[in-house]
Design a protein around this ligand. Structure first.
Ligand SMILES: Cc1ncc(COP(=O)(O)O)c(C=O)c1O
Length: 415
C-alpha cells in the first residue's frame, strides 16, 4: 500500500503506539501482570449504577431513545446538552457562557487533535507550532501534529519539597516562540499529577492574549468533572481566550468517546465546521447520558462526592505503599495534586527509564516510562529519562504488590 505523507505520518513508527502495543501484548502473555500503565478510569460501583440507570431511562423513552440512536445531531451537537452544561458552568463558576460557547466532541483526544491541527502547522504566516509551557505532558499529544516541529516546549523549574516530594513549576522566564499558535497544557497534568496554580494560568493567558493566540486547557481529569483536583479550594480556569477541553472518559465513560469544547463562539464555530467535515456529527451517547445528569446536578455531585474522594483514597494508599516499600532508596514523588497517576523520579537511575520499564515488565509490573512525555523539548535533559508514571486507578492490593515489585527491581539495580 502506497501511503500519502499523511498516511506515513499516522501509520509510521510511533513510540507511543509501540508502547501501547507492548502493554497489550504483555497482558496477553501474562494475565497476572500488575497493570499500572493504562489511562483507564477505575470501576466505581456507584458511578456505574448511575450511568446504567440513566441509560435505561433514556432507552425506555421513545423520543429520547430515537434522539440517541436514530439521529445525527447538528455540527455543534445537541442544543439541550450544550445549554445544560453552560448553565451549570454559569451557576458553579460564574463563567459568562451560553450554548454558543459549547460544542460536543468525540472525546478529548479527537477534539485536541482537531484543534491542534486547525491552529498549528503550515499557515499564511509560515509554519506555526503548539507551545507546551511546561513538560512533561500527556504522551497522547506527541504524534498528533501533521508537520515536523509541531511542538515546542519549555522545561519546568523543579521545587524540592519535604518528604521526598517535588513539584514542577512554570518557568516564566522561558521564551515563548514567535511561531507559537497556541499555548497548551493539561490540568491536572497527565502524567505528573501537577495542578498549575491559578496565577500561573492567568499569566499564561495574558502572555497568550498579548500574542493573539489562545490558551488550550485540557481538563480531562479536572474540574468540573471528574474533578480530580485535590488542593484545597482548587478551581478551574476559563476566559474568553481559553479553549477548554472536557471529557466524559475519566468520569467512567471512556467507551462513550464523548466530551465538550468550551471556548469563545468563533472557536466553537471553527471546531464544529471541521468536526462536521471529518466526523459528520459527534456521537450521541455521551450527550444522552450527560443531559439528565447535568439537569439534575448529578454529574457535578458524582464528581465531588464520589469520584474525587475515591481517587484521593487510592492516591493516599499508593503513596503510603510506596513509602513503605521504597524506604530510603533514591526516589522522589511529584506532589500528587490531581488526576490518578503517581509520577516518580529516580535521580540516580543507572539506566534509561525505558530499560527500567522492560525490567519491571519482566518482573510482572507495567508502568509508563516517562521519556515520551517530554515532546518538543530540545537539548538532552537527564531528568527526562529518569521518571515513570504509575496509575492509581486500581485496587489497594494491586498497589501494594506493585510497590513491592518496584522496590525489588530498584534494589537489584543499586547492587
Ligand atoms: C490529558 C488527557 N487528555 C485527553 C485524553 C483523551 O481523553 P478522551 O478519552 O476524552 O479522548 C486523555 C486520556 O488519557 C488524557 O490523559
Amino acid at each position: 500500500m502506497q501511503l500519502s505523507q499523511f498516511g506515513e505520518h499516522y501509520c509510521g513508527d510511533s513510540g507511543i503506539l509501540d508502547l501501547m502495543e507492548d502493554l497489550g501484548s504483555a497482558l496477553r502473555e501474562n494475565p497476572a501482570m500488575l497493570m499500572l500503565g493504562g489511562g483507564n478510569p477505575a470501576r466505581i460501583a456507584e458511578a456505574e449504577r448511575l450511568f446504567r440507570s440513566t441509560l435505561q431511562e433514556v432507552l425506555a423513552d421513545d423520543a429520547r431513545s430515537h434522539q440517541l440512536l436514530g439521529r445525527y445531531q447538528g455540527p455543534k451537537g445537541d442544543l439541550a446538552v450544550r445549554e445544560a452544561l453552560a448553565a451549570e458552568l454559569r451557576l458553579q463558576y460564574g463563567w459568562p457562557v451560553g450554548a454558543e460557547h459549547v460544542a460536543v466532541s468525540n472525546g478529548g483526544q479527537s477534539a485536541f487533535g482537531l484543534l491542534a491541527n486547525l491552529l498549528a502547522g503550515e499557515s499564511a504566516s509560515g509554519r506555526r507550532c503548539l507551545h507546551l509551557p511546561l513538560v512533561p505532558e500527556y504522551l497522547g499529544y506527541a504524534d498528533i501534529g501533521r508537520s515536523p516541529g509541531f511542538f515546542t516546549a519549555a522545561r519546568p523549574l523543579i521545587d524540592l519539597l519535604p518528604e521526598r516530594q517535588f513539584k514542577y513549576r512554570l518557568d516564566r522566564s522561558a521564551p515563548i516562540p514567535e511561531s507559537a499558535a497556541a499555548l497548551c497544557l493539561s490540568r491536572p497534568t497527565n502524567p505528573s499529577g501537577n495542578v498549575l496554580e491559578l496565577d500561573d494560568l492567568q499569566w499564561l493567558d495574558t502572555a497568550a492574549r498579548q500574542r493573539g493566540i489562545p490558551l488550550v486547557i485540557d481538563a480531562a481529569y479536572g474540574l468540573p468533572f471528574p474533578g480530580l483536583q485535590y488542593p484545597e479550594g482548587s478551581q478551574p480556569y476559563w476566559s474568553d481566550n481559553v479553549i477548554m477541553l472536557l471529557s466524559l472518559s475519566k468520569v467512567g465513560l471512556p467507551g462513550a468517546r464523548s466530551g465538550f469544547v468550551v471556548a469563545a463562539p468563533p472557536v466553537i464555530e471553527a471546531f464544529s465546521r471541521a468536526n462536521s467535515v471529518l466526523n459528520l456529527a459527534s456521537g450521541n451517547l455521551g450527550p444522552a447520558l450527560a443531559l439528565p445528569l447535568l439537569d439534575s446536578g448529578q454529574l457535578f455531585r458524582l464528581s465531588r462526592e464520589v469520584l474525587q474522594p475515591w481517587y484521593r483514597a487510592r492516591r493516599d494508599h499508593a503513596v503510603a505503599a510506596l513509602r513503605a516499600a521504597l524506604g530510603d532508596l533514591p526516589w522522589l514523588l511529584h506532589r500528587p495534586e490531581g488526576a490518578f497517576f503517581l509520577w516518580l523520579w529516580f535521580p540516580q537511575l543507572p539506566l534509561h527509564c525505558e530499560a527500567l520499564y522492560q525490567r519491571l515488565r519482566a518482573a510482572g509490573l507495567l508502568v509508563i516510562p516517562g521519556a515520551s512525555s517530554f515532546m518538543g523539548l530540545e537539548g538532552g535533559w537527564p531528568h527526562a529519562t529518569q521518571c515513570i508514571r504509575l496509575s492509581c486507578a486500581v485496587d489497594d492490593s494491586t498497589l501494594e504488590r506493585a510497590a513491592a515489585v518496584l522496590a525489588r527491581v530498584l534494589r537489584d539495580l543499586s547492587r
